[in-house]
Design a binder for this molecule. Structure first.
Ligand SMILES: NC(=O)c1ccc[n+]([C@@H]2O[C@H](COP(=O)([O-])OP(=O)(O)OC[C@H]3O[C@@H](n4cnc5c(N)ncnc54)[C@H](OP(=O)(O)O)[C@@H]3O)[C@@H](O)[C@H]2O)c1
Length: 382
């Protein structure tokens, strides 16, 4: 019998408890769950709730801690204390894992316990584990992902003519966006996920404060409508390459590209190997979907006797900018394109310029030199 202690019993915690109750592969018992308010009734399976973290992290009967609580602190200190007592940890918490995966991984290795966080990126999509295991020997040259359901949901609604504020309120009503959606909208949530993807792919940590990053915290409805007749859609893409380049930016994607077809809260991620793309796609959020990833980690841990499988080596990655073609067009649709300066090699289409690949700094310089110009990176070669 494996005994589990939960840190948190909200959307994901309750969905996980339901899934555990239905599975028969491993004899499992959820001993107790830590919550802020143990008196509040819950819809999920009726398990013991506590408001005292020690009842979970210090309980000698518990073998595995499942972190479905959120936030960096106090989650980090509680996980450290649990690992020091030789408990394995499975986490859906991207904040604590993006900031402390290396520290916690080393501690877990020293204590010979299992630590996994598949559920922290892409909800129910098997993503980190395939990157770490299935593709681990492959020469992955690039990664592209749509990793934030709220942002993708809002962009999809802008395409159908809804206003930005309506789309955002709908996302909140449907439970996709947090009460404070700032981290979803400004790209921080994607940055954390890209950091975890980067570690899974290349085995190295990266400081994401330096990733060029923009989300949709400003209303892009005008841009979405403007590029639509030209055959483009706007998607916030997280991009990484094997040289250490990373970028999170609203990017123009051909309307018939598979990335443009991923709408609402669905997530997608792809890796390029030998010039071919391997795509993984599915629900990027939601309790039941995310619980699947937690259970998958639990089974993987069980198969190894809850011993740590591997520890990513620590080394610094070269930092270099991602280069992509940029589409430039006039903010004022009546303004003549010929009034703008363009980078060498740019090609003028009827309503926009398409540049050769530019990095963020060159693109920013181009924008600065040309008031009235808008420019976005374009995905042409995936
Ligand atoms: N929801 C998703 O679709 C999704 C998808 C992937 C990953 N995740 C990640 O999964 C984790 C949980 O998400 P969720 O949507 O289930 O959140 P949630 O519904 O807000 O649940 C959080 C739970 O943690 C408890 N909690 C939070 N802070 C606490 C503290 N300081 N002390 C004691 N208990 C505390 C809360 O207690 P009370 O119930 O008493 O408030 C609640 O039970 C997060 O890290 C999130 O990023 C979520």
């Amino acid at each position: 019998m494996i005994r589990i202690g939960l840190l948190g019993y909200g959307t994901v915690g309750q969905a996980f408890a339901e899934l555990v109750a239905r599975q028969t592969r491993v004899q499992t018992l959820i001993e107790v769950a830590l919550v802020r308010n143990p008196e509040r009734p819950r819809k999920g399976p009726q398990i013991r709730l506590t408001g005292n973290p020690e009842d979970v992290i210090d309980c000698p009967d518990i073998d595995v801690i499942v972190d479905v609580m959120g936030g960096s602190e106090p989650a980090r200190q509680w996980l450290v204390r649990a690992i020091e007592q030789n408990k394995s940890v499975i986490s859906a918490n991207k904040e604590v894992m993006a900031d402390y995966a290396s520290e916690l991984g080393q501690l877990a290795a020293r204590h010979n316990v299992y630590l996994a966080w598949e559920a922290a990126v892409g909800g129910g999509i098997p993503l980190l584990e395939p990157l770490k295991s299935h593709f681990s020997g492959a020469p992955v040259s690039r990664f592209i992902g749509i990793l934030n359901g709220t942002t993708n949901y809002v962009l999809s609604r802008l395409e159908t003519g809804e206003s930005y504020s309506e789309a955002l309120s709908d996302a909140q009503r449907a439970g996709y966006a947090e009460a404070d959606p700032a981290n979803d909208l400004n790209g921080s949530d994607v940055a954390r996920k890209l950091e975890l993807v980067f570690g899974a792919l290349f085995g190295t940590p990266k400081n994401f404060s330096i990733t060029p990053r923009r989300g949709i915290d400003e209303d892009l409805s005008r841009i979405v409508k403007r590029v639509e007749p030209w055959g483009w859609r706007v998607k916030v893409l997280a991009v990484a390459d094997q040289l250490g380049g990373t970028q999170i930016w609203p990017t123009l994607v051909r309307a018939d590209h598979r990335l443009a077809q991923v709408t609402g809260v669905m997530n997608v991620a792809g890796v390029e190997i030998y010039g071919q793309w391997f795509w993984m796609e599915g629900p990027g959020a939601g309790g039941p979907a995310t619980a699947l990833s937690l259970l998958a980690d639990f089974y993987r841990g069980y198969e190894t006797g809850f011993h740590r499988l591997r520890l990513s080596p620590l080394s610094e990655k070269l930092v270099h900018p991602i280069s992509m073609p940029w589409m430039g067009f006039a903010l004022d649709p009546d303004r003549s394109l010929s009034s703008f300066n363009v980078p060498d090699g740019a090609i003028m289409h009827q309503d926009y310029w398409m540049t050769p690949p530019l990095d963020q700094i060159s693109a920013a310089n181009w924008l600065a030199e040309n008031p009235g110009l808008l420019a976005y990176p374009v995905l042409l070669d995936a």
